[in-house]
Ligand binder design. Structure first.
Ligand code: NAP
Length: 508
């Protein structure tokens, strides 16, 4: 295939002009350009890097209505979401500009020489430097905030890494408009073209070639478990293996503790359906599992949730492929022994997905791994545990997750304390009396977690800590001041950036 067209989510029909499919030769050229731009880009001062990130945000806003129109047609998501996601994308870029300016991400450590000590200590100075060109795979479910200019791109550029994006084939027009905005910011900031590049095509070959290119030093990915693992294997089989930060699949358990269930079972059931059906359930934090204990309020919860799901209208899904995968995932669940269908909304079609709710017991859930697999869409399973001991056993049996939610009253505090250590081992974010959909972009956010929610639980793909994925430490021993990076020189100590000097945090 040499060209392909964007597909409108609502109709499944092609629309807009054809895109030329990038070839493996284009990948090699883009990666070589990125490598050539690396030293120039990472050497610019932090203020200029911060201004560049802000300029990208300005250019995205300047795209105006055509960007939102492309987003709406390609994703099938509602207007308010398009505006919210654009705001989040630009806010994310501005947050990283602030991170760059403050310099904390450099994690500077200075151990001054101790010439009179026996043995003498040399002068040692450490800072983080960017790892090199980063490959980013845009996600289908956030055409703006997790795609071409999403969190992976923003954090890699903030770290000082050139970026080569493999645009998601579900939104090539949106992605190309964003790429034009970034490239304009690159040119207007006087930076080399190789700082940002965008490749498009609907085949696995392009992404595989990108991950295998020797100039690529790290990968950011959001998508399916199969895709994330395939790319990780390719990255590990390279002559020089590289890290793949893949955010993949999660079912995000919601634990409703007995007193909360007794006090407000019906209200929780209603609110749960709101979270389950938002955006046709196409969130990595979608609540695909509800864990309860038999007792007062459980039937009210199930009844209210069933009423909400039965009344839910089918919603347009991101692609016909995702709608098909959702339908197959639901039927696989429905056919599993030991699961009972509680409610089903109006049926979906080739382009839409309808909501479905199942229930089972802890014993049956633990006996069949398939019941714990992500079904990407508005499908969820309620697990009824006999008692709190079984609830803990069930949580111990779960795979790694992005989030866990606890619904609790004051009187549930003892029960919550008992499951907290398990949840800490299993997930990246634990929230109380809320719903997991909705991920704040801030400094204390973790959007990550143990496998299979990600390939590396030590980090996050949302929030300012995401920058750490694309940095590595370098130590300079007895380096003359004139050769040190400006921020490591003695004269810079009063610039306000934090440093650990002889083990003591110095803020000046
Ligand atoms: P995907 O199939 O994993 O694709 C994501 C990106 O990775 C695409 O650009 C795709 O390129 C590339 N890719 C996938 N497998 C590859 C391989 N073996 N080699 C090279 N490149 C590869 O995800 P998707 O298209 O967004 O959605 C499909 C399914 O992923 C959904 O039904 C859902 O189950 C899951 N998903 C999960 C999340 C989450 O946050 N947990 C988010 C989105 C999707 P090509 O398409 O060009 O090959």
């Amino acid at each position: 295939m040499t060209e392909f067209r964007s597909i409108a989510a609502a109709t499944g029909e092609p629309h807009g002009d054809a895109f030329a499919v990038n070839t493996p030769a284009d990948v090699a050229e883009a990666c070589a350009k990125a490598a050539a731009a690396f030293d120039t880009y990472r050497a610019i001062d932090l203020e200029s890097r911060a201004k560049f990130l802000e300029r990208i945000a300005d250019e995205i806003m300047a795209l105006g209505e055509p960007l939102l129109e492309a987003y709406l047609t390609e994703s099938g998501l509602p207007r308010a979401r398009s505006e919210g996601e654009r705001g989040r994308t630009c806010g994310q870029l501005r947050m990283f500009a602030d991170v760059v300016r403050k310099g904390q991400f450099l994690q500077m450590r200075i151990d001054p020489a101790l010439p009179d000590r026996a043995p003498p200590r040399p002068d040692l100075r450490l800072r983080m430097i960017p790892v090199g060109p980063v490959a980013v795979f845009g996600a289908s479910n956030f055409p703006l905030a997790f795609s071409t200019a999403g969190g992976d791109t923003a954090s890699a550029l903030a770290a000082g890494c050139p970026v080569v994006v493999k645009g998601h084939p579900a939104h090539p027009i949106t992605g190309s408009l964003i790429a034009q905005a970034i490239s304009k910011a690159v040119a207007d900031s006087g930076l080399p073209e190789g700082v940002f590049q965008h490749l498009v095509g609907p085949s696995n070959d392009l992404g595989a070639a990108l991950v295998q290119d020797p100039n690529i030093m790290a990968v950011g990915f959001t998508g399916s478990r199969a895709g994330g693992l395939a790319l990780t294997r390719l990255a590990q089989a390279r002559e020089v293996p590289i890290p793949v930060y893949a955010e993949m699949s999660a079912i995000n358990p919601v634990v409703i503790l007995p007193e909360a269930l007794k006090a407000r079972g019906a209200a929780l059931g209603e609110a749960f359906v709101g979270s389950l059906c938002m955006g046709a359930g196409q969130f990595c934090t979608n609540p695909g599992l509800v864990v309860t204990v038999e007792g007062d309020g459980l039937d009210d919860f199930v009844q209210a949730a069933a009423t909400g799901v039965s009344g839910a209208k089918p919603q347009t899904m991101l692609t016909t492929g995702i709608a098909d995968a959702y339908a197959k995932g639901v039927e696989k669940l429905a056919g599993a022994p030991g699961i009972e269908e509680v409610a089903r909304g109006e049926a979906g079609s080739a382009t839409t997905g309808g909501a479905v709710l199942f229930q089972t017991t802890a014993e049956k859930f633990l006996a069949d791994k398939a019941l714990g697999e992500e079904v990407f869409g508005s499908s969820s399973v309620i697990v009824r545990c006999k008692d709190e001991a079984e609830l803990k056993t069930l949580l111990e049996g779960l795979e790694g997750q992005l989030t866990a939610t606890i619904h609790m009253d004051d009187a549930d505090e003892g029960a919550a304390a008992k499951i907290l250590p398990t949840l800490e081992r299993k997930v990246g974010r634990i929230l109380v009396n809320g719903w997991p959909t909705g991920v704040e972009v801030c400094h204390a956010m973790v959007h990550g977690g143990p496998f299979p929610s990600t390939t590396d639980a030590r980090t996050t793909s949302v929030g300012s800590l995401a920058i750490d994925r694309y940095l590595r430490p370098v130590s300079y021993q007895n380096m003359p001041q004139s050769l040190l990076a400006p921020e490591l020189r003695d004269a810079a100590f009063s610039d306000g950036a934090p440093r650990l000097v002889d083990g003591k945090l110095t803020l000046n």
